[in-house]
Design a protein around this ligand. Structure first.
Ligand SMILES: O=C(O)C(=O)C[C@]1(C(=O)O)C=C[C@@H](O)C=C1
Length: 396
């Protein structure tokens, strides 16, 4: 690999789509000369709306096979149907990826897994278009059940309803959660599909490196502006190598004894902060419960639009004044509010009194935090659980 610092990473690059033998060669030769060992190419392209370029299909396979043999490089392509797998295998392509739309559909994933049953193939599984970790996990399990061992994950971001800064929101907590679930599967980042534009690719690729992702998959084209698909997000091979050169890579863990000691001190302080946060959250929850019971007594709606508008706006102002990110704090308050309503509803249903005496719940809070109560929503506190019903995962 030309880029020294990327030695330990899996770096995959190549055109969004194969267009002509000339375009394929002009794009791939400089990538291979730069040390790239695995080339991505789109042959079958799932397009959201009809009428866009849907890939050349099997016509492109002989070109890919011939160039692979000549340059001694591996090609990887997206497969969405068992027929794609069969046709690619006929041309010695044994590396595949499953696209975000396919990952969403367990029938499709199952059919693809069965088409690869027992074969020595490599499969990369992109996250589903919707932020549902269970679908992503399920796709891996379906592949594993067919004896496929070489499995990697690709984080390509999650669909947005409206136009946002990203083409697909990164929602970094989801790949982090998958990495926690499957610690041995390499996690690659696809900044091209997250960004949907060239100028922000480096920033997202750097975030992936800082999170210690295992590699990158980047769309490249010798003449990006003339590309038949994804023109605005592809990089020339030169720009791609410049991007790689500019990335800072990180170590898995701190090595020096001195730094380890400092780190431990900081982590202890974070633990203390989080304990204070828990106490404050529990105090707030108990107060909300009391309000809920008061509302029940007086036949008042749990959701109080005006009060909530005021809380939501003022917390953002307080956050800004305190030097915190207002959007982050607002998102946190959306979760807190929904949870307060759930807590109030539960208290109403059970009809019981609040779990700590009105007024000064401090000792009660301490006791509860020490495990002397059954209060608290276990499901929400599980770091591996998917976003709670009705709650959107955080945007960056
Ligand atoms: O002030 C209230 O009425 C509450 O119940 C508290 C609270 C909150 O969590 O701050 C919860 C629900 C309401 O919609 C508004 C505010």
């Amino acid at each position: 690999m030309v880029i020294e610092s990327m030695q330990d990473k899996v770096i995959i690059a190549g055109p969004c789509s194969v267009e002509t033998p000339e375009q394929l060669r002009a794009t791939v030769v400089p990538l291979v000369a730069g040390g790239i060992k695995e080339i991505r190419v789109g042959i079958w392209k799932p397009r959201t709306r009809p009428g866009s370029f849907e890939g050349l299909g099997k016509q492109a396979l002989p070109w890919v096979e011939a160039l692979g043999n000549e340059l001694e490089v591996d090609f990887t392509t997206e497969v969405a149907r068992p027929l794609h797998v069969e046709e690619a295998l006929r041309h010695n392509i044994t590396r595949f990826w499953i696209g975000a739309r396919s990952t969403t559909n367990p029938f499709t994933v199952q059919e693809l897994a069965e088409a690869m049953r027992g074969l020595k193939v490599s499969v990369m599984i992109k996250n589903p278009v919707n932020p549902d970790p269970a679908l992503w996990i399920g796709a891996v399990e379906r592949m594993q059940a067919m004896g496929i061992e070489d499995i990697r994950l690709i984080h390509r971001g999650f669909s947005n309803y409206s136009d946002t800064f990203y083409r697909n929101s990164p929602m970094w907590q989801l790949p982090i959660s998958l990495k926690t679930h499957f610690p041995d599967l390499p996690m690659l980042c696809d900044p091209s599909h997250i960004c949907g534009r060239r100028d922000t690719l480096a920033q997202v690729a750097q975030m992936a490196m800082d999170l210690n992702f295992d590699g990158l998959m980047v769309e490249t084209h010798h003449q990006p502006d003339a590309a038949w698909s994804d023109a605005v997000q592809q990089l020339t091979p030169e720009a791609f190598f410049a991007l790689l050169k500019g990335l800072r890579t990180v170590r898995e863990a701190v090595e020096s004894w001195e730094a380890k000691k400092i780190l431990q001190g900081l982590r202890d302080a974070i633990d203390a902060c989080d304990r204070e946060l828990m106490e404050a959250l529990l105090r707030r929850q108990n107060l909300a419960k009391e309000v809920g019971l008061l509302k029940k007594k007086h036949g008042v709606a749990l959701f109080q639009r005006e009060r909530w508008k005021q809380v939501f706006a003022s917390r953002a102002e307080w956050a800004e004044a305190a030097g915190l990110d207002a959007a982050f704090v607002q998102h946190m308050y959306e979760l807190i509010h929904v949870h307060a309503l759930k807590t109030q509803e539960a208290a109403l249903q059970s009809g019981g009194p609040p779990s700590s005496p009105p007024g000064s719940p401090k000792n009660g809070v301490k006791a509860q935090l020490n495990g002397k109560t059954k209060d608290g929503d276990q499901k929400d506190s599980n770091p591996d659980s998917s976003p709670a019903e009705g709650e959107n995962p955080a945007e960056e």
